[in-house]
Design a protein around this ligand. Structure first.
Ligand code: BGC
Length: 485
């Protein structure tokens, strides 16, 4: 006999637009990610796989069948999916004037959006994309599936970010993505528009998926895998700061323009989705590893949440918030935390530069590892949930958790052990965990690795688009249908 989860617990899967939509129907080819994965230089350097997102699972056309799989095969009651900014606004919207306030450092803290601005956006939006998203969301409603909508799961319209120019010549680049105020302002407009146009069909929102991965993989990764493939700890913090500001401003606009959505947590519920990982010293006896693991944990897990919840922007990473690092006026709210949890990483000190955040190496996984080389560490899901809830005091969801498992041999064990840890988190630690979304429904475009990596509960035949269940479908169905592990 399994142990029961709370009544009303959400059991779902998560997908994202760029990864899952293409493969059938209209492509989304006006974003930085599209440019990034097609760039011949990136392909030649091996930064990206060379795979084409056009061979994806085709959710854009096949969504109704996928919702049926979710309902009938998995007994799930929820889906987390994202809306593609570049599909709605492939052309500039920055000539639509909005009053903006900057602080004395030149950072945006207020964007005013009027009904007139929304009417102007309505004239510019690609109506066929609006229509299709409304059909997708309405289908979820019809099939009685709770819809959690992510506003930003990574691709930026090309008119705001030219990742290849930024990679090769940042100094002269004009479209610099999250490095610039302009992207923050345009994202705020986009968020207001989504709330205004789709609020009647949404149950919960999340603003930004994994700010830290956007920033780290794009600006602090020695293998340059994400756009724009730069390496500079200072840029990492600037992007983290801008994403925290963008969270606040978009939160405020969604609250203003959505008058209809409702979740178990109340009207118009909006959260943020950080990825939290456990960072441990490689050698606990070596003080340099201990200190470095602490710094990585601070910069990667904690920094962005301190910014969103307290307006603390520790730009020199000295653990002290100087007056010029305080921006309480950027704190607008966050109704819940959606936590993505995958793994634990061991950190080794390695001197590389005079910038402290550069001086580490993520050690390769030893022991229980996935196809991706990520450690399987189910205790970690409990650790990060406790940490996040006890520190920031918001209800929590697991918005992603899953495993790259080509053969499908390990996924059952991974799922069961993590779900067991969730039960302990709720009943022993008293953490208000409201739902669990497995990453992911079906194999999809795994960013720079394309189709090499398989996180899906269903495999996908690239030609026929047929979904083929892995062994975990039955296991997850039992959990979700009995609401117990
Ligand atoms: C992302 C997903 C990604 C998954 C597996 C998460 O960081 O949100 O888009 O596919 O991890 O790598």
């Amino acid at each position: 006999m399994g142990k029961k989860f709370p009544e009303g617990f959400l059991w779902g899967t998560a997908i994202s637009s760029f990864q899952a939509e293409m493969g059938r129907g209209e492509p989304s080819n006006k974003t930085d990610w599209w440019a990034w994965v097609h760039d011949p230089g990136n392909i030649e350097e091996g930064i990206v796989s060379g795979h084409n997102p056009l061979n994806g699972p085709g959710f854009w056309e096949l969504y109704a069948d996928d919702f049926r799989l979710l309902r009938e095969e998995l007994s799930n009651n929820a889906i987390r999916l994202s809306i593609d900014w570049g599909r709605l606004f492939p052309k500039p919207t920055d000539d639509i004037h909005v009053p903006v306030k900057l602080d004395k450092y030149g950072h945006v803290y207020d964007v005013e959006i009027s009904e007139e601005v929304l009417r102007e956006l309505e004239k510019r939006v690609v109506q066929s994309s609006v229509k299709r998203y409304r059909e997708i969301f309405a289908e979820a409603k019809k099939q009685d599936i709770v819809l959690m909508l992510t506003l930003f799961h990574w691709p930026i319209p090309l008119w705001l970010h030219d990742p290849i120019k930024c990679k090769t010549d940042l100094e002269h680049a004009e479209r610099r993505g999250w490095l610039d105020n302009k992207t923050i302002i345009e994202f705020t407009k986009f968020a207001a528009y989504v709330a205004y146009r789709f609020g009647d069909l949404v149950d919960l929102y999340c603003t930004i998926n994994e700010p830290r991965i956007i920033s780290e993989h794009g600006y602090l990764s020695s293998w340059s895998e994400f756009p724009p493939g730069l390496y500079d700890p200072e840029l990492y913090l600037i992007v983290m700061r801008n994403l925290a500001i963008a969270h606040g401003l978009s939160y405020e606009q969604v609250k203003k323009w959505d008058k209809t959505s409702f979740s178990d947590l109340g009207p118009c519920t909006i959260g943020l989705v950080p990825v939290l990982q456990v960072f441990a010293p490689y050698d606990p006896e070596d003080q340099r590893d201990v200190d470095m693991a602490r710094l990585v944990d601070y910069a990667f897990n904690e920094w962005g949440l301190n910014a969103v919840f307290h307006g603390d922007y520790d730009m020199n990473l000295d653990y002290i918030i100087e007056p010029e690092e305080q921006k309480p006026y950027t704190v607008k709210g966050c109704d819940y935390l959606g936590i993505n949890y995958y793994s634990r990483w061991k950190i080794k000190y390695e001197e590389k530069s005079d910038k402290p955040l550069a001086n580490f190496k993520l050690m390769p996984c030893e022991g229980d590892c996935t196809d991706y080389g990520w450690e399987i560490y189910p205790e970690g899901i409990r650790e990060v949930l406790n940490w996040a809830y006890k520190r920031y005091r918001r209800p929590v969801y697991i918005t992603e958790n899953g495993i790259a498992d080509d053969k499908g041999d390990t996924r059952n064990r991974y799922l069961l052990s993590h779900v067991e840890a969730l039960h302990q988190t709720i009943y022993e630690d008293k953490v208000p965990l409201k739902g669990y979304f497995h990453w992911t429904l079906m194999d999809n475009f795994e960013w720079s690795d394309g189709y090499k990596i398989h996180f899906g509960l269903f495999r996908v035949d690239q030609e026929t688009k047929k979904r083929l269940p892995t062994k975990t479908v039955e296991v997850y169905r039992k959990i979700a249908s009995s609401n117990s592990n």
